[in-house]
Design a protein around this ligand. Structure first.
Ligand SMILES: Cc1cc2nc3c(=O)[nH]c(=O)nc-3n(C[C@H](O)[C@H](O)[C@H](O)COP(=O)(O)OP(=O)(O)OC[C@H]3O[C@@H](n4cnc5c(N)ncnc54)[C@H](O)[C@@H]3O)c2cc1C
Length: 521
């Protein structure tokens, strides 16, 4: 496709994060152009674990049913020590999310499905098109690109998004540093055809004396991803990144050394690697923003890399659309504040998991083989514990700082900064779903609400809908004093504000979104 000489948003990089962001922006009515230096999507399986929160985001762009049709559902993670089952951590968000389970889907398929959706939109897209230079000022950006035929061209864009992965050209060109380091241990990953009597609706984490191996069932017959730490380091990459392929014989030895009931028949893609734990010093520099691996790199423990990037896209898409519609530029600062904090948290969590999984010292072996299964068994004994485990694993736990004028909220379903979870009240949940990708006001106990007129006037001014929730229905998750509560639900379904004082809400909205305005696009 011919690349235009000007565009509203130029996304550099057609990985899973750049493609998701392009679709979210297109849905919000933003004109988008995507370029990628490669000639096709990746062929390797790479990131395979699709968390429930990612499915929720994908649902707003029509991707969730496509992913579900091809992916393999994962309902639990079983912990084993030297092959023996010790504890099972359910991955079950029934009552919390419309997508209560995880999904295994190869990144090659994820990208192909996202591209099939892109083809149905107005998004302009070009392979074999590399960003080589970038200048910007307060009015916009000018990107220099080298196209398929070797020609050098410029594209003017109001905003440029670096979705160009760990070695981001955009990040280098704007002089943003990546802070953090690289782990010492080397890992292997193998996609294998294998026979086993393991139940393929679960994933497995096996702790042996000095090593940890995960067995993750992939879509397809007897198809698994095996991932673990290498016991001997030979010929591994000196730097972080992906290294040599491993042989089927070596893979068999590694699995046998971990006492796992898995017989490898043949292997497909395989690699050794060393992981980074790095976060960019900022995700925004003027009109240039970073998403996904361009902003943060962490160990694959927890399968959070791609999923965290896709949540970046959901956070950024509505803010960028609103700013292009006339909201103040400072709204984009909340993107870097909110998502960088999450990236740091993810890096710290995966750091801890990484050390726990890979450290050969005796006390860490004791922790993973004895203490961890005990904690999992204890926590998952109660419904609340299982819900907590799901929220932590699935990405639903993320909570952004709430404005000071907001009430905190009492339960996880209805909490300022947190995601608006499922309530179990079908009509309400359906009404919220119908507003996906748009601002929404939720009001509890309409009859007793003193500020209803003011709220209705505010909603009418901004062109937003109000969804009502009966106070009695709201009580289980909004607390005893559920009457007259108002929530501003952002287009990414995070609760932006919660309270009763409509003037305070109005002030907060003016602060975030500016005064009511006519759309400029
Ligand atoms: C070999 C490999 C194996 C992996 N395995 C796993 C795994 O097992 N589990 C896991 O969770 N994660 C894995 N990851 C990480 C996972 O793939 C990433 O977290 C995820 O792809 C991030 O998506 P992204 O869209 O941010 O970036 P990417 O998927 O890296 O996409 C970036 C895109 O930008 C393009 N690009 C780069 N520079 C330019 C430029 N100058 N101009 C134009 N285009 C450019 C690239 O061609 C690429 O298509 C793996 C990564 C790699 C490289």
């Amino acid at each position: 496709m011919t690349i235009p000489s000007s565009t509203s948003v130029l996304i550099v990089g057609a990985g899973p994060v750049g493609l998701t962001l392009a679709l979210l922006l297109d849905r919000a009515g933003v004109e988008v152009t995507v370029v990628d230096r490669d000639s096709a999507p990746v062929e390797q399986s790479r990131a395979i674990w699709v968390h429930s929160r990612t499915l929720e985001i994908w649902d707003t762009i029509g991707m969730a049913p496509l992913a579900q049709a091809e992916g393999r559902e994962v309902t639990a993670i079983q912990m084993r020590t030297s092959g023996r089952a010790r504890a099972t951590l359910p991955y079950d968000g029934t009552g919390i999310s419309a997508f209560p389970h995880g999904l295994m889907l190869e990144q090659s398929r994820t990208q192909a499905l996202l591209l099939s959706l892109i083809a149905q939109t107005r998004i302009r897209f070009a392979w074999r098109t590399r960003l080589t230079d970038l200048t910007r000022d307060d009015a916009g950006c000018r990107a220099t690109i080298v196209t398929e035929d070797g020609a050098t061209r410029t594209v003017d864009a109001q905003y440029v998004i670096g979705a160009d992965g760990g070695s981001s050209t955009v990040r280098s060109l704007i002089g943003v540093r990546l802070e953090g380091g690289t782990y010492d241990s080397s890992f292997f990953l193998v996609d294998a055809i294998a026979t086993t009597d393991l139940d393929t609706s679960m994933s497995y984490l096996n702790f042996h004396e000095r090593s940890t191996v995960a067995v993750l069932p992939l879509p397809g017959d007897r198809h698994f991803r095996l991932i673990g730490n290498l016991l001997e380091q030979s010929g591994e990459p000196a730097e972080a990144g992906y290294g040599r392929a491993i042989t089927a014989e070596e893979a068999r030895r590694l699995i046998a050394a971990n006492a796992l009931p898995v017989t490898i028949e043949s292997i497909g893609w395989s690699s050794t690697y060393r992981s980074h734990h790095r976060v960019a010093e900022t995700f925004r520099s003027g009109r240039v923003l970073l998403v996904g691996d361009a902003g943060h790199l962490h160990s694959p423990a927890g399968g959070l890399g791609m999923n965290t990037g896709i949540a970046d896209a959901a956070n950024l898409a509505w803010k960028l659309a609103d700013v292009l519609d006339g909201a103040p530029e400072r709204l984009l600062d909340t993107y870097t504040a909110e998502r960088r904090a999450v990236a740091l948290q993810v890096v710290n969590t995966s750091d801890r998991l990484f050390v726990l999984q890979a450290d050969g010292r005796r006390r860490f072996a004791f922790m993973r083989r004895t203490v961890l299964p005990l904690i999992v068994r204890t926590v998952t004994r109660t419904r609340a514990g299982r819900g907590l485990a799901f929220r932590v694993l699935s990405g639903a736990f993320v909570r952004y700082p709430a404005p000071t004028s907001s009430e905190g909220g009492r339960t996880t379903a209805f909490r300022a900064g947190g995601l608006l979870h499922r309530t179990g009240i079908d009509a309400f949940d359906r009404a919220v779903d119908a507003h996906a990708g748009r601002h929404l006001l939720v009001r509890t106990g309409r009859g007793g609400h003193g500020g209803s007129n003011a709220l209705e006037a505010l909603a009418a001014d901004r062109g937003w809908d109000i969804v009502d929730l009966d106070a009695a229905d709201a009580r289980p998750f909004a607390g005893r004093n559920a009457e007259g509560l108002v929530a501003w639900v952002r287009p990414d379904r995070h609760v932006g504000w919660l309270g009763r004082d409509i003037r305070a809400l109005d002030g907060e909205l003016q602060n975030w979104l500016g005064a009511v305005r006519q759309p400029t696009r």
